[in-house]
Design a protein around this ligand. Structure first.
Ligand code: FO1
Length: 319
């Protein structure tokens, strides 16, 4: 079976780890990763979501944090600080720096991001084919108004430095409108047997992937069943601050609202948490098959059970 998953960072990566646990021999996973969170820092290209998937599936992730490397040290960051060079608010550790240096070197030598990602994955052997959504630069910016007045900040500044404490007024995936899907993305979607939307952020992760021209249409047109898992449980994000960016696109932080935001043209099936069982009817009324199951990724067994349910729902709704 060929499975395609569109994934953001921590939530997506953890779900994929559970999905890998329930694969049958011969099954293949292609992950289309969000690159809208990418940021250039210290002259280096940092791809947080691609790296989070690669490290999580490759065994190098800092488990508690969910991002960055296990057993990390911070000498370079400390030295930069001693020179007065920031930003201090973004945690790049020594081990992680090596990834960004290799990536930046290869990009400067002319390799596209997809080829660079493949080269990095040669080391980590994540057990999936990891494709960036695009080789073109896409950068999510967020419009806010704070004590400095109305302004636009990079998504990482909004998320990490400002902790999404101010309202996001607009989410702008800069460059998405002219970006092309990376090589292999549309082909993987067109030939998939199942397409999964993990419980990643529906706006700044999966929404950004779908904003690359051609990708949403390919998913909607694919004969494969498309099944998503709600990142919202009981009206609040499981982790992160998805409610803030949902508000910016006028979507309520509720499991049914997120399904309707994706739309019945895209989704065939939707999983909500048992806490949201009362919302199943509203999702089904919109033409999307819906089941309520435990959606907390508390450990690998719980996550594998979610993946199993997603694949079972896909079979049920197979077009
Ligand atoms: N998240 C944080 O909350 N603080 C950080 O300092 C931080 C640094 C960081 C460095 C590399 C990387 O790959 C990810 C990093 N993240 C950090 C996670 C990241 O900001 C977001 O969680 C994702 O972009 C959202 O998917």
């Amino acid at each position: 079976m060929r499975i395609v998953a569109l994934a953001g960072g921590i939530g997506g990566a953890r779900f994929l780890r559970g999905l890998k646990d329930v694969l049958a021999p011969g099954d293949e996973i292609t992950v289309v990763g969000n690159t809208g969170d990418d940021i250039h820092l210290f002259g280096l290209k940092v791809c947080p979501d691609l790296d989070t998937v690669m490290y999580t599936l490759g065994g190098g992730i800092h488990e508690e944090q969910g991002w960055g490397r296990a057993d990390e040290t911070w000498s370079v960051k400390d030295e930069m600080k001693a020179y007065g060079v920031g930003p201090e608010w973004f945690g790049l550790g020594d081990r992680d720096f090596a990834t960004h240096i290799v990536r930046t070197q290869m990009l400067a030598a002319g390799y596209p991001l997809s080829a660079v990602t493949e080269a990095l994955c040669d080391r980590w052997q994540p057990g999936v084919r990891l494709l960036p959504m695009s080789d073109d630069r896409v950068e999510t910016h967020v419009r806010i108004t704070d004590e400095q007045g109305p302004r636009v900040v990079h998504f990482q500044e909004y998320w990490v430095r400002l902790h999404a404490a101010v309202d996001a007024e607009a989410i702008i995936p800069v460059g998405a409108d002219t970006a092309k899907p990376a090589p292999g993305v549309l082909e993987a979607i067109a030939t998939a047997d199942v397409i999964l939307l993990p419980p990643s952020n529906p706006v700044v992760s999966i929404g950004t992937i779908l904003a690359v021209p051609g990708i949403r249409g390919a998913v909607a047109a694919s004969p494969a069943p498309v099944v998503g898992l709600s990142p919202i449980i009981g009206g609040a994000p499981v982790r992160g601050m998805a409610d803030k960016v949902l508000a910016a696109v006028g979507v309520e932080a509720a499991a049914d609202a997120v399904a309707l935001h994706y739309g019945a043209d895209l989704l065939d099936g939707w999983l909500v948490d048992t806490a949201d069982e009362a919302l199943v009817g509203a999702v089904e009324a919109a033409g999307i098959a819906c089941r309520a199951i435990p959606l907390l990724m508390t450990d690998t067994a719980a996550t594998a059970a979610m993946a199993r349910e997603a694949l079972a729902l896909a079979e049920l709704v197979r077009r």
